[in-house]
Ligand binder design. Structure first.
Ligand code: 5GP
Length: 125
């Protein structure tokens, strides 16, 4: 077992500058950019710059500095988009899909930050 990272995945290519992206925040260890097919008025993807497939991979192998950077980057994006609760925003949802059952399309860890409207039930039934 273990984690097999495909360095040809689309987010790896974005990180290498091979594909353009609409960046909203870049930190030492993380990049946030707008989803190409937004499902809400705010739909931003946040990825670590390191080669991690999934949240569990990141949690197992990333350094404390990478984890702190990534966690804070997610919060900073919410603040920047004015959807955070600290400054009276209307809220948001953070989702990270993993693997077959999670219907993950791109095998590089990302969270979706969704907001700007009421998002409805958490899961379709
Ligand atoms: P997943 O299903 O893996 O959680 O979500 C992958 C997301 O990446 C989808 O929401 C999809 O719209 C987005 N996406 C796929 N290719 C690109 C791309 O080239 N650029 C950007 N900005 N988003 C992408």
């Amino acid at each position: 077992m273990g984690y097999a990272y495909d360095d040809q995945n689309i987010f790896a290519r974005i990180l290498r500058g091979e594909i353009p992206n609409d960046t909203v925040l870049e930190t030492e260890a993380s990049l946030a950019f707008r989803d190409i097919a937004p499902q809400a008025p705010v739909h931003i993807l946040v990825i670590p710059k390191g080669a991690y497939v999934s949240y569990d991979h990141f949690a197992a192998d990333a350094s404390d500095a990478e984890i702190a950077d990534y966690t804070r980057a997610i919060g900073l994006v919410c603040r920047q988009e004015e959807i955070d609760l600290g400054t009276g925003g209307d809220g948001y949802r953070v989702i990270s899909n993993a693997g077959a059952y999670g219907l993950q399309e791109v095998p590089h860890l990302h969270v979706h930050i969704l907001g700007g409207r009421t998002l409805g039930p958490m899961l379709a039934r």
